[in-house]
Write a protein that binds this ligand. Sequence first.
Ligand code: IPM
Ligand code: MG
Length: 368
Amino acid sequence: MNSFKIAVLAGDGIGPEVMVEAVKVLRQAGRKFDFSLELTEAPVGWAGFDAAGKALPDATLDLCRKSDAILFGSVGLPDRDPTVPKEQRPERAALLRIRKEFGLYANLRPVKLPKALAHACPLAADRQGDGIDILVLRELTGGIYFGQPKKTEDLGGGNQRATDTLVYTTGEIERIAHVGFKAARLRRKKLTSIDKANVLENGILWREVVTRVGREYPDVALEHMFVDNGAMQLMLRPTQFDVLLCENMFGDILSDEAAALAGSLGMLPSASLGATRQEKTFGFYEPAGGSAPDIAGKNIANPIAQILSTALMLRYSFGLQAAADGIEKAVSKAIEAGCRTGDIYNPRETGARKMGTREMGDAIVAAL
Ligand code: IPM
Ligand code: MG
């Protein structure tokens, strides 16, 4: 029987409560599909501060290094931000640090609007076509998030200057483009590359490199789109998109926009992958939404993004296709049976039942 080591980092806000549901589902999948998991929990984010005085405690980072994958909840509590310098805050010191440390350059955010949730999509039914199914592929370790210099200088007289640097190399663009074309091959064979080539040097290079890589994938239709137009097209005609290839910040923005089309950010899982070594792909799996402190601890958060993230982990890091499909089908079944957390509930919908985080988790375990 296969056995996998997973670092479970629930973090802050709704992280812990949605993680409980994801672990329940994962254990059930293990029983059903006959694999075993060694799950080890460790603190991260403000929970890391409370346990060990920093957002990414050494012991937590150590555990990550010894694991086959990281299952992550969410970090960040804006109320506590003023208590530490910005470099030490969880977003930078834990999340961005882990992305960089483990070279997790490819971030996959599959956006899918289930038919049963058509009402939760902000677009009119005629714009939803046969359903929305987009893979947002976001470059995750480059661009303006990490470029140097990154600083705020005092110019005197109350005047400050903030600098962030947008920088990409050919190699960084090539490797994410390959991931994009390969992903498109397994889907509807269309790749839309997002850039701002009409203004940015980075956009020009991005377009050139993606075009060149695309020649190796003649079976995939490649199109280029400026990011502002892309944002608009997502609202007007989202069904035109298959894979959306984005640099770091454009991907951050467009993936939230796309998530809204799928009914709720609470439905969007993500996988962050690095290089494959000895046929193993180390991965980091997290819901794309944040810690949502306003609804934390109330048993109302939607656990589906966290649960679907476990499915991505089984698929991409462990090669357990059947188990991954099983979890995704169980989620669909629960939704089709009318299970709804508040974010996807519409009182006018017949047969829908509003339920809490735990009840949704139970329903998905039962469906599995
Ligand atoms: C995301 C988040 C993060 C990002 C934040 C929390 C730093 O918005 O994963 O999309 O900007 O990458
Ligand atoms: Mg984001």
